[in-house]
Design a protein around this ligand. Structure first.
Ligand SMILES: Cc1ncc(COP(=O)(O)O)c(C=O)c1O
Length: 428
């Protein structure tokens, strides 16, 4: 029985199959190879995970060395050196006085833990999240996800959750423009807190740059204004850096593009470059509100994943992955913006670093989403050796989120392939 049949008969995939999956054999840097040896430029990095590149030997050998000594020792029962060291390193590299980390296995677990602590520490139980956001597939994280498409079939969700408008200038909820609006989407948060919560607001949760929502970059000043409102309301800011963190946007953490320090920060994906690990970090003052027995994850803080995460952090800093991401992303977006002058399908080009979104529309004035065109471009790219993602509420945003070690020549090839894919895409 081949792997495709095994997947068909025995694996619960649970996602919409839009393209034929590649049967991956191995990866190196920004390249993936299938079972027949066909080479692909990976521009999705396993959903923005392998930011330091596939199979970086420095990360692998750190994991191997630890694996030879210990595989599991539940870090809530024993002191595990890799967990202690990683926690201290995270306190050093995260903004402000974020200090104490809790380790789980995934992004959703990080968000769940942060929400749990926010409730425990504040004594309040309500949250505000953003429309168009995505935070995971557990019940609590789907409850704060602002996209009904992802929530279908999972009701009921948690109560006490309100949604604020997405800071999405291209598809602004108020149909205004940044030069006129004085950050209306941020200001609206005051009313949401006052009108939709019952005075029990614990925290506001947001991705600094939305990934699944279609690479949505809030305008300058947005998070500063939001933080002022939250401080006035006595609510915390939980930054979900699961997808935007780890040099993806040209900074180690995307929130550093704004002059704001969150009260809690969640991370996963790029944290251990593919080894399963999730974490949330907060100040000592908030963290110490957890009572004995409040929270636990059996596998969380696995020594192998933590060893990989320490080596991974060293790679990000020594190889200046934030700088590489910033430079390569700017160059790529400049090319797409130039192409936008002649290619009518491109409605918007946005992003930071190598978190790049190209929104396809079939009518620029009406901004009619070009979902079929985005699917066609993705399929074309797959058939021509480039793997890209598609996202956004309408499924019409091409997502280019490669390993940050991708070479300039590889990025040129990616651009050429996507451009050809757009030319070949069906008309509206
Ligand atoms: C911003 C964000 N938060 C949370 C998650 C959930 O992470 P995981 O799939 O590891 O649970 C994701 C996954 O895509 C994400 O993009």
């Amino acid at each position: 029985m081949g792997v495709k049949e095994q997947y068909r008969d025995y694996v619960m995939t649970g996602f919409v199959k839009r393209v034929e999956p590649v049967e991956v054999s191995h990866g190196k840097g920004a390249l993936l190879y299938d079972a027949d040896g066909t080479e692909y430029i990976d521009c999705f990095a396993g959903i923005s995970v392998t930011n330091a590149g596939h199979s970086d030997e420095r990360i692998l050998s750190a994991a191997r060395e630890t694996m030879d000594k210990i595989v599991h020792a539940c870090s809530y029962v024993y002191h595990v050196p890799q967990v202690g060291e990683l926690a201290q390193r995270l306190a050093e590299v995260t903004p402000g006085d974020l200090q104490k980390s809790f380790f789980g296995n995934s992004g959703a677990e990080a968000l769940e833990g942060a929400m749990r602590l926010a409730k425990r520490a504040s004594g309040k139980h309500e949250f505000v999240a953003l429309e168009s956001s995505f935070h995971g597939r557990t019940n609590a994280t789907l409850s704060i996800t602002g996209n009904s498409g992802r929530k279908k079939g999972g009701f009921p969700y948690s109560t006490g959750i309100a949604f604020a408008p997405a800071p999405f200038c291209y598809r602004c909820f108020a149909e205004t423009t940044p030069d006129k609006c004085d950050l209306l989407c941020a200001r609206r948060l005051s009313e949401i807190i006052r009108l939709h919560l019952s005075g029990e607001g614990a925290a506001f949760i947001a991705e600094p740059i939305m990934g699944e929502g279609g690479i949505v970059v809030p305008p300058p000043g947005y998070f500063e204004r939001v933080k002022e409102i939250l401080d006035a309301e006595g609510m915390w800011f939980i930054a979900d850096e699961v997808q935007s963190g780890y040099s993806r946007t040209g900074k180690l953490f995307a929130i550093e593009h704004w002059d704001v320090v969150p009260d809690m920060m969640c991370m996963a994906k790029g944290l251990a470059n593919g080894f399963p690990l999730g974490a949330f970090i907060t100040t000592a003052e908030i963290a110490d509100k957890f009572q004995i027995g409040d929270h636990l994850s059996t596998f969380g803080g696995n020594p192998i994943s933590c060893a990989a995460a320490i080596a991974n952090l060293d790679v990000h800093l020594s190889d200046d992955l934030p700088g590489q991401s910033a430079r390569k992303g700017e160059a790529l977006m400049a090319k797409f913006r130039e192409l936008q002058r002649s290619q009518e399908l491109i409605g918007d080009v946005r992003g930071k670093g190598l978190m790049v979104g190209v929104e396809l529309v079939t009518d620029r004035d009406k901004k009619t989403p070009g979902a079929a065109q985005a699917a066609a471009v993705r399929q074309y790219c797959l058939e021509h050796g480039v793997l890209i993602g598609v996202g956004g509420n309408f499924g019409n945003v091409l997502r280019v989120q490669p390993p940050l070690v991708i070479s300039d020549a590889q990025l040129d090839q990616v651009f050429e392939t996507i451009m050809a894919g757009m030319k070949a895409a069906p008309a509206a």
